[in-house]
Ligand binder design. Structure first.
Ligand SMILES: NC(=O)c1ccc[n+]([C@@H]2O[C@H](COP(=O)([O-])OP(=O)(O)OC[C@H]3O[C@@H](n4cnc5c(N)ncnc54)[C@H](OP(=O)(O)O)[C@@H]3O)[C@@H](O)[C@H]2O)c1
Length: 341
């Protein structure tokens, strides 16, 4: 029998992805959708401003939205959270205390002592940290959407080579700012050279994710310098990466191309066959052409160059699928096959 799940923030950018990706999921069935007080009591199809390419799934259209603020009990013990961080801060803690397994997209708990920032291809062993949270349920987070695209190729390299001194410049999609995040006048034909708290998130999260968990988290030791930009792209974060690496180019390319993780070994339903897709064409990857590679779960890497021990490449990842809802569902699938939920 499928496990029943609730989605919090179901009307938002990430929430809509959850609603779409969980249609006909083999492990999970969506039985409740939550919004703010503004949406509570309305049918999902009437409350949501739907922006995805595929129509609203039939199963979701007539579900009546609930608000946790009005009725702070949740029937399902698995919760996918796409809430604003200020709301998630106390709400996710309360849910975990009352026995819910929360798979969160927000930054509120990413830096908590025993909360993993999980990317199952990269650090599946970090899921063990949930056993130390001391609550009936637990919180598992995924990374900030630009961190996710970055750490997957880094992990492929780190498995084989020594890496250090990382510089990354991002070009991030509008959808990363949420459904009402940016006005057309702010972003149309424009580039915003700053995204609040994003550079710090990349620097802190990358070190935690690539670090170790043995009863406590120990950061991976690397210097990271990030600069983040918002660009007029609908979906897909592009990042230009520079780092020191001790390796030759052919072995670097095969390390990236051949990389597989636990989700591929376990054949988890949301896992892409290839976590990394390599391009030799210098005009790829492009958001318009490549953002949906691997159903939005693969990262696309191109422009791979090595000069004087400095490796550069360009990576593209889907911010609301791999970087948000798809990543969270993959985390829940891993927890499910490990018998944790
Ligand atoms: N967008 C991305 O690419 C991305 C990627 C990774 C992580 N994230 C993180 O995921 C979270 C959601 O992002 P988003 O882009 O989906 O935001 P969004 O489009 O602004 O959606 C926010 C959702 O939260 C609900 N909400 C707002 N205030 C609430 C309240 N007081 N109580 C309960 N629900 C409330 C909204 O419901 P109503 O419609 O009823 O107001 C809506 O469903 C954020 O923490 C964000 O940082 C986003």
């Amino acid at each position: 029998m499928k496990k029943q799940v609730a989605i919090m923030g179901a009307t938002g950018m990430v929430g809509q992805r959850f609603v779409s990706l969980l249609e006909n999921h083999p492990f999970f069935e969506v039985t409740s959708l939550y919004g703010s007080k503004r949406s509570a009591g309305k049918k999902y199809k009437d409350a949501v401003q739907w922006v995805l390419e595929k129509d609203i799934p039939e199963y979701a259209k007539s579900i009546v939205l609930k608000s946790f603020e009005d009725s702070p009990t949740v029937q399902e013990n698995i919760v996918f959270s796409a809430l604003p961080s200020d709301v998630a801060n106390t709400l996710e803690t309360e849910l975990a205390k009352s026995g819910h397994f929360v798979f969160s997209n927000t930054s509120s708990h990413r830096y908590d002592e025993f909360v993993p920032i999980l990317i199952p291809e990269v650090n599946p062993d970090h899921i063990e940290a949930v056993k130390f949270q001391g609550t009936k349920g637990f919180i598992v987070t995924n990374a900030n959407c630009s961190t996710t695209g970055l750490v997957i190729p880094l992990k492929a390299l780190l498995d084989r080579f020594k890496i250090s001194d990382l510089f990354v410049v991002t070009m991030q999609a509008i959808s990363g700012a949420g459904i009402h995040g940016l006005s057309a006048l702010e972003i149309h034909g424009n580039v915003l050279p700053y995204i609040e708290k994003e550079e710090e998130k990349i620097e802190i999260e990358t070190k935690k994710i690539l670090g170790k968990f043995v009863q406590k988290f120990t950061d991976f030791d690397i210097n990271i310098f990030a600069r983040t930009n918002r660009v007029p792209v609908r979906e897909g974060h592009t990042e230009v990466v520079f780092l020191k690496v001790e390796a030759y180019l052919p072995e670097i390319i095969s390390a990236l191309r051949d990389f597989r993780g636990l989700p591929q070994e376990l054949k988890l339903p949301t896992a892409p066959l290839k976590p990394i897709i390599i391009f030799e064409d210098p005009l790829r990857p492009q958001p318009v052409l490549d953002v949906n590679n691997g159903n939005g779960m693969s990262v696309s890497v191109g422009r791979i160059r090595l000069k004087g021990g400095i490796l550069t490449f360009t990576v593209l990842s889907h911010n609301t699928i791999r970087g948000a809802a798809g990543g969270s569902i993959l985390n829940a699938e891993l927890a499910y096959v490990k018998g944790l939920i």
